[in-house]
Design a protein around this ligand. Structure first.
Ligand code: GLV
Ligand code: MN
Ligand code: MN
Length: 417
């Protein structure tokens, strides 16, 4: 199907049009999951998909499935998509590109009157970012049977509102049980969010898997005391301990050349200029392709916590809240992506994803793969995040070709109707 071409302008228009929903003054998007802004972009997506003749269904985690029938409607659909939620200072492309590249691929099929063998679906997974409700990739995790639906629904944001209540409030709790929706395969386009494709001037990253990730929540308990009257040796300063922990996380990751370690959230109590902080909550995000490296880093952090706590007379409790093993993608889907890039005349590079993605969970229940496109200076989770119209279009074109390639293998396997 060399002659089916997605339209770069239409894709760009969708990206820019929806970027107004939650637009920030610095050119990014703040559209936290299950907020009213999330509802608005969902409504937009639903209306556009229905205008293309799709039927949109929603599951009880709020995941949206826009379906275009195929010749054989008894065969599970080929899914393609990503997420529409963003980080607090998110860019215009993380997640949205995967949903709108999929919508554009589907629109191209629709306008060409091309009938696929299997049904095709565009999917919006709920709460990929894990910024408001931890952990990340929450709904795709429920879909894949990694998390219980009730556990996920009970997760609360820092203000105490639960995922379940927020989902009800925006009217996107659907009747379908999350995970019951079978897929023949899943493809996700995403910006690389790192520097390699741009540095090596490659058009497309053929993603062969996602690295291992772990999240921790830590609480330091010290003593609130008067900042003017408490002599330095008498203090049990929780923030000082937390600062030393931040340093320890950084040092532990730096000792392993492939690893990364981040403290991204810190809450200081009581939060007053003239009170020595008595309690600090903070998060730790660790990643490496090899889980054994993460074990070693976690060990170092444990040791550091003991020493820091002893030295300052505070308590430090570190709790692992999420462990994601490395996830390889399926050889058939990777081959379809490679073929999609080849017929599109685009250069490629194989790569492991440093970021987490819904495809990493969906890969547990359906053959999956991802397509990366370059982004400027490798910057993401930042309002300045940028991929050009041409780069976005290349991702959508490879997606279309990969899905058609996979559809042909399904047709060969199941026989024409
Ligand atoms: C998802 O954005 C991640 O944390 O990798
Ligand atoms: Mn993303
Ligand atoms: Mn992200």
């Amino acid at each position: 199907m060399k002659n089916l071409r997605i339209d770069p302008e239409r894709l760009w228009d969708d990206l820019m049009d929806t970027a107004r929903i939650g637009a920030t003054s610095k050119g990014g998007i703040c559209r936290l999951t299950l907020t009213d802004l999330d509802r608005q972009v969902r409504d937009w997506f639903k209306a556009r998909a229905e205008a293309l003749g799709c039927t949109v269904t929603v599951d009880d985690m709020g995941c949206m499935f826009a379906r275009r029938p195929g010749q054989r409607d008894d065969i599970p659909p080929i899914g393609m998509g990503s997420h529409l939620d963003t980080q607090p200072t998110g860019g215009k492309f993380d997640g949205t590109l995967g949903v709108f590249a999929a919508l554009e691929a589907l629109r191209t099929l629709h306008l060409a009157g091309y009938e696929t063998f299997a049904p095709i679906e565009v999917i919006n997974w709920t709460n990929e970012e894990g910024s408001r409700f931890t952990p990340a990739m929450m709904a795709s995790g429920v879909f894949a049977g990694v998390f219980e639906r009730d556990w996920a629904a009970a997760r609360a944001d820092r203000g105490g509102e639960t995922f379940g209540a927020a989902l009800e409030a925006i009217g996107y709790r659907g009747p379908e049980k999350c995970g019951q929706h079978r897929l023949s395969a899943f493809f996700e386009v995403h910006i690389e969010q790192g520097p390699y494709l741009e540095a090596e001037a490659r058009d497309i990253g053929v993603v062969t898997g996602v690295q291992a990730m772990r999240w921790y929540e830590a609480t330091v308990t010290g003593q609130d005391t008067h900042a003017g009257t408490t002599p330095m040796p008498r203090r049990h300063d929780a923030l000082l301990a937390a600062a030393r922990m931040v340093e320890a996380v950084n040092a532990a990751a730096l000792r392993r050349p492939t690893a990364v370690g981040t403290v991204g959230l810190l809450e200081v109590k009581p939060g007053s200029p003239n009170v020595v902080p008595g309690e600090v909550f903070f998060t730790i995000d660790l990643r490496d392709p090899d889980p054994a490296v993460l074990d070693a880093i976690a060990n170092d952090i444990d040791e550091a916590a003991k020493q820091i706590a002893g030295g300052l007379g505070v308590g430090i409790a570190v709790k692992n809240i999420w462990t994601q093993p490395p996830q390889p993608f399926h050889p058939d889907c990777i081959a379809a992506v490679r073929e999609g890039a080849r017929v599109s005349g685009l250069s490629t590079r194989d790569m492991i994803s440093g970021a987490g993605h819904d495809a990493a969970y969906i890969a547990r229940v359906a053959p999956s793969a991802m397509i990366f496109v370059p982004c400027k200076d490798g910057i993401s989770h930042n309002e300045a995040e940028y991929s050009s119209k041409e780069q976005c279009a290349a991702g959508a074109q490879v997606l279309l070709q990969a899905v058609l390639d996979y559809d042909r293998t399904l047709a060969d396997r199941f026989g024409k109707a």
